[in-house]
Design a protein around this ligand. Sequence first.
Ligand code: NCD
Ligand code: ZN
Ligand code: ZN
Length: 347
Amino acid sequence: MTDSITLRRPDDWHLHLRDGVMLQAVAPHSKDFGRAIIMPNLVPPVVTGAQAAAYRDRIVAALPQGAALQPQMTLYLTDATEPADVVAAFRAGIIRAVKLYPAGATTNSASGVTDFARVQPVLEAMAEAGVTLCVHGEVTDPAIDIFDREAVFIDTVLDPLRRRTPGLRVVMEHITTAEGVAYGRAGGEDLGATITTHHLVINRNAILAGGIRPHYYCLPVAKRESHRLALREAATSGEGRFFLGTDSAPHTDAAKLQPCGCAGCFTAPNTMSILAQVFEDDGALDRLEAFTSLNGATFYRMAPNEDRIRLTKRATPAAYPAQIEVGAEVVTVFDPGFPLHWHLETV
Ligand SMILES: NC(=O)N[C@@H](CC(=O)O)C(=O)O
Ligand SMILES: [Zn+2]
Ligand SMILES: [Zn+2]
């Protein structure tokens, strides 16, 4: 039997494409998404409108002909960001959002915000102009347990920040906890939350039980099973607050398989096949389109994509490479641990 579903073309509201040889290798794997919010944590970070525009051009040049992907650029918020520069880049159509990394929270976040009072004028200008703030929501205090850093961030940083900046549009990026789901759900239309593919599939046992598995290590780190189930419930609910941001974050195996390995899962090549299985398993295939193709666009006040993709379930699993080549190195593709019977087809 062959099952088939047709969806509006999905968008990826949180994507790392990197630069240089890595960009060339990974960009084609996101070609079937419509819009993608491109993360600015390059080295050095994307901090000016001119840098964002130049990076956008490099991304477009790295895409194969006929690719659907339309990069939506972001600026990396630092203590030195000028409110007028952000608003000018937004009004010029160069950027879609600004990304907040607490300094030291994740990969390439050293230039992130150290002092929230310093960036308050930027946040106020963004609220006024309608620029979205995308937030990596983890505290960096070494005294806080890594599995608690998201929940503590919500209480001690995010909620106060939103209260003192009325009207600011915020996306909680890659939520990983029941607390993140609850906070996202309680927000108004100015609050959204992205959920990754991999956090719907793995809990922390995947990283640590029976041996350490660096390819499942990302930030925020996967939590216990009850949190994964809360994310599944949120993603498959169809509620407008929750939408797909893959956080596909490629690192070479050389960088991941280290005494101190990098955080990030590379899910771009097989995300839609994995999500179709997740939603089928939860009896929610009819809500996959809301999660991947409608809710994020609504949040970002964009029309949904007009064109469609098709997912077809076949007896033979979809093939995807275990690794892709990046120059002389490789990047390992996320292995969900189950066969991918849903094949992505362009219509
Ligand atoms: N998610 C990750 O584990 N890594 C991301 C950074 C981020 O999104 O926090 C990366 O850039 O590698
Ligand atoms: Zn992050
Ligand atoms: Zn990310």
